[in-house]
Design a protein around this ligand. Structure first.
Ligand code: HAM
Length: 483
């Protein structure tokens, strides 16, 4: 080592870990001090790495993926069937989009928003729902010129800083449907139908829909005054949160789960009794459309939903069985004022979102079937150095031709590879040994009859395809194996 390289090595060793316990790591940093070549030692305590995600956030492990895949497939099919185009919006938006659309006084914005200032000074937030972002994108991209209704479908993670519990996470996923530009209540009925159908297609057959109308800004203003004067007269009997809500969001008191508040709200004036003519006709027509469908719905006069943008129709989808009825599987409603509030022209709109984690909890509870992917019917075994090298290319040829192949390249012995093939229940095993690798052939072993034949590699793909189609081979089952 030259003098120079020694010096470089010394410098690169400047930061070295001198102590590593389970809880703390102490770093000793040698820094060449300015001037007389003194060395200064800086000790720095490192935070231990916690081997878990932040509270309320979960990994989705391979064993759960078949449920996720089923939800993805069913929701994509449903979106196509109902004419929705996919649109993805960012996870992060400017905070004031959520403040304005969802409302400053709502729990979602006031208590649960993950908001932060970026290094560049922008005030942004992780999306606590998708409607605001989708409406922003609808406006930004001039989608109002498209043929109405403009139907948009999105899926992805959502963030709410809520108290985690079963079915309530801080990071969760939604399937989200929005339709812009149509005010006819037939669309409300179709959205409710789409939400219900999607849940049922996942195998959750017993579903219950709750609906209500919370009116438009005109009739809601009068209704709110009535409600506030009723609530003020009972204020002493309300929970602490609801006492505060009288001022900021009196409608939310109606769906407070505290016993004393539920008792009071049961006798409170109901929005459906105070709708203006337009809202009343809209709600009546919606009910008539729903009656035409084979759809289990009930009117819940206390259903108000927690987001300020809603007008007229609001609804929630619940599991129809008592044990599954801890929290809503999904919810939505009309938001006829949102596009205008964001600076666009007046545009009626309606949408809903389903919570993926809650759907999966319910699928498991009712033992609904998860997605079952295709299983390989062919196993590729190799024996010897040359065969091992050639098998990688053969694997890729088979894969390119759409033949799903299993292998266990790391295993040397043919016996142990055949055991894996048996365990997987493949129909045939292709064996590439030293001789075959030299000859340009492959042995095809029928895993049921045990018969073997030799084929040239050049004709192998066609032969395997033909055999997979025509051979009436019974799939071999695992009981015979003890790997
Ligand atoms: P939301 O009712 O707040 O509506 O949420 C929809 C669904 O997301 C809920 O029914 C539930 O399944 C799921 N969800 C909500 N919070 C959590 C949580 N903390 N953990 C797990 N799942 C949760 C909205 O978000 C509206 N943007 C729906 C909408 C679309 N309205 C019009 N268009």
């Amino acid at each position: 080592m030259t003098k120079d390289t020694k010096a470089v090595a010394k410098k690169t060793k400047a930061v070295k870990v001198v102590k590593a316990t389970k809880k703390t790591v102490v770093k000793t940093k040698k820094v060449a001090a300015k001037g007389r070549g003194r060395k200064q030692v800086v000790k720095k305590e490192l935070e231990p790495i916690v081997l878990q995600p932040p509270r309320g956030m979960k990994d989705i492990l391979p064993e759960d993926q078949p449920y996720w895949e089923q939800v993805r497939r069913v929701s994509e099919k449903s979106a196509r069937d109902y004419g929705f185009s996919r649109m993805d919006v960012p996870l992060v938006e400017f905070s004031n989009l959520f403040n304005r659309s969802i409302g400053d006084g709502t729990d979602v914005v006031e208590k649960e928003l993950y908001s932060f200032v970026t290094k560049g000074g922008d005030k942004v937030a992780l999306r606590p729902e998708m409607t605001a972002g989708v409406a922003r994108a609808y406006l930004q991209h001039g989608m109002n010129i498209l043929s109405k209704p403009v139907k948009l479908f999105s899926t992805g993670p959502i963030y709410r800083y809520d108290r985690p519990q079963e079915g309530r996470q801080r990071e969760f996923n939604q399937i989200n449907y929005e339709a812009f530009g149509e005010q006819d209540p037939i669309l409300d009925a179709q959205m409710i139908q789409a939400a219900t159908r999607l849940v049922q297609s996942l195998g959750i057959k017993a579903v219950q829909v709750q609906i209500n109308s919370i009116g438009c800004p005109v009739c809601r203003k009068e209704y709110k005054e009535l409600l506030v004067s009723y609530l003020e007269s009972k204020a002493s009997k309300l929970c602490v949160d609801c006492k505060r809500r009288i001022e900021v969001s009196p409608l939310r008191i109606l769906d407070c789960k505290e016993d004393k508040c539920s008792q009071l709200s049961a006798a409170a004036p109901q929005s459906v009794d105070h709708l203006c003519e337009e809202c009343r006709v809209h709600f009546k027509s919606l009910l008539e459309y729903l009656d035409e469908l084979d759809l289990p719905y009930t009117i819940n006069p206390r259903l108000v939903r927690g987001l300020d943008y809603y007008t007229k129709t609001v609804f929630e989808v619940w599991s129809g069985s008592e044990e599954g009825r801890k929290s809503a599987l999904g919810g939505g409603g009309r938001y006829d004022g949102l596009v205008k509030l964001l600076g666009g022209e007046a545009t009626p709109a309606i949408g809903f979102a389903l919570g993926v984690e809650r759907l999966i909890i319910e699928m498991k509870r009712v033992q609904a079937k998860p997605y079952k992917g295709p299983k390989p019917k062919v196993f590729l075994a190799q024996l010897g150095e040359l065969a091992k090298k050639k098998s990688l290319r053969l694997f890729s040829e088979l894969e390119k031709n759409g033949i799903l192949v299993a292998e266990s390249f790391g295993r040397g012995s043919l016996k142990s590879q055949l055991r894996v093939a048996n365990r997987l229940g493949v129909e045939m095993t292709l064996i590439l040994g030293q001789k075959e690798a030299l000859d340009g052939t492959v042995i095809i072993k029928n895993m049921v009859s045990g018969e073997q034949e030799t084929a040239s590699t050049a004709k192998l793909i066609d032969l395997v395809k033909r055999k997979l189609k025509t051979d009436n081979v019974v799939v071999y089952h695992e009981e015979h194996t003890n790997i």
